[in-house]
Write a protein that binds this ligand. Structure first.
Ligand code: 0PR
Length: 350
């Protein structure tokens, strides 16, 4: 059992938003494996590290004096953002307006929190703003924009979404769970300094190259996080705002280690390499007659007519599909040009 591993050990994984952790992140994760940042009175060092993690995430997302914490992942961060919005609003019938391509964690959040989720259609892979505006009403507590969508890697018009949100006295939440570590090196307007964003999800355990579990929830203002606080009578700290109680100190420490090692030069290089790879793959697929969605971030979706999934799987490749049935390749840090070359060679063979 102890010797078991995923057979492909990442060298044929093109479907995942997880990646190989940075060596410093791996080492830090191991060192803090048995710590619990949920109990800062006992585990002081890891709670100090969490403050550092939030500061680095603030720097990456254009937020001075950031509030937030290292969550178990994007799902928790999105749920907590909706919880903040619901708790601060004054309505008995809250709704959240999000693009149709918002991650399914918002469906979970809506279900758990008793909030109605209204989804706006997309046009050219970004939310249609007019349709979004029509869904917003007096009971809207949060309007969501996605900066790097799960299926296509596209970025919604965040400044316009923030305006819609504030026009309705709702919060604006940006889900940059996957895109957040690529976007600083692009021209997209996506973060706190570009728009009146209130909360954001940005996950170190995806493109940030930290070990799982390390998600990120950021808030413009500490008072927003107060909406989450519950009393913790028998701990030394008096309240807790995370969703989970015991949490992974490994995730926290590895997030700090990865960001220390890679922000900004390492992440910039990674973005450039991954984006080049995505463009290269898009060209290769186009040259073979496939319709390709032009990659906006390092993620390629293409309408592959060959019955590919089973054959590719037999060769060890892990690719996924969009809801519309296109093949989807996520150019994560472990996805190299030589991997893509042998992938394309295998495609040619079929
Ligand atoms: N927001 C966005 C934009 C995401 O893409 C994801 C996950 C989440 C939130 C939720 O994050 P957590 O999974 O950390 O809670 N997107 C991937 C997906 O659902 C996650 C994934 C990761 C899938 C690794 C496969 C895999 O091997 O497709």
């Amino acid at each position: 059992m102890l010797q078991r591993a995923e057979p492909q050990d990442f060298d044929r994984v093109l479907s995942s938003m997880c990646t190989v952790p940075h060596p410093a992140a791996r080492e830090a994760a191991e060192r803090f494996l048995a710590t619990n940042p949920g109990d800062p009175g006992t585990y002081e060092t890891v709670s100090e590290l969490e403050v550092e993690a939030v500061e680095s995430l603030g720097e990456i997302t254009g937020l001075d004096d950031p509030a937030g914490y290292v969550a178990s992942g994007g799902t928790e961060a999105n749920l907590q953002a909706i919880r903040i919005a619901r708790n601060r609003a004054d309505t008995d019938d809250p709704n959240v307006v999000a693009p149709v391509h918002a991650h399914f964690s918002f469906t979970k959040a809506a279900d758990v929190l008793g909030v109605e989720l209204r989804t706006a259609p997309a046009e050219d892979y970004r939310v249609n703003l007019e349709a979004m505006a029509e869904l917003i009403d007096d009971d809207t507590v949060c309007v969501v924009g996605v900066a790097g969508s799960t299926e296509y890697g596209y970025v919604d018009p965040i400044p316009a979404i923030a305006e819609l949100a504030h026009g309705a006295d709702a919060l604006c939440h940006v889900d940059a769970a996957w895109g957040g570590f690529y976007l600083p090196f692009t021209d997209h307007a996506w973060h706190f300094d570009h728009a009146d964003v209130d909360t954001m999800t940005i996950d170190p355990h995806k493109v940030g190259q930290a070990a799982v579990p390390a998600g990120g929830l950021l808030a413009r203002d500490e008072t927003l996080l107060d909406e989450l606080a519950v009393e913790t009578p028998y701990l030394e700290s008096t309240s807790q705002l995370t969703l989970t109680g015991t949490r992974s100190g490994a995730g926290v420490a590895s997030a700090v280690a990865a960001m220390e090692a890679l922000w900004p030069a390492g992440y910039r290089e990674q973005y450039e390499r991954s984006m080049d790879n995505a463009r290269w793959l898009a060209d290769q697929l186009r040259a073979r007659g496939h319709d390709v969605v032009p990659p906006e971030l390092p993620l390629v979706a293409a309408d592959l007519s060959v019955p590919m999934t089973d054959e590719l799987r037999d060769c060890g490749w892990r690719v996924s599909k969009t809801g519309a049935g296109e093949m989807r390749v996520v150019c994560m840090p472990h996805v190299t040009r030589s991997m893509l070359r042998s992938f394309v060679a295998d495609l040619d063979w079929y």
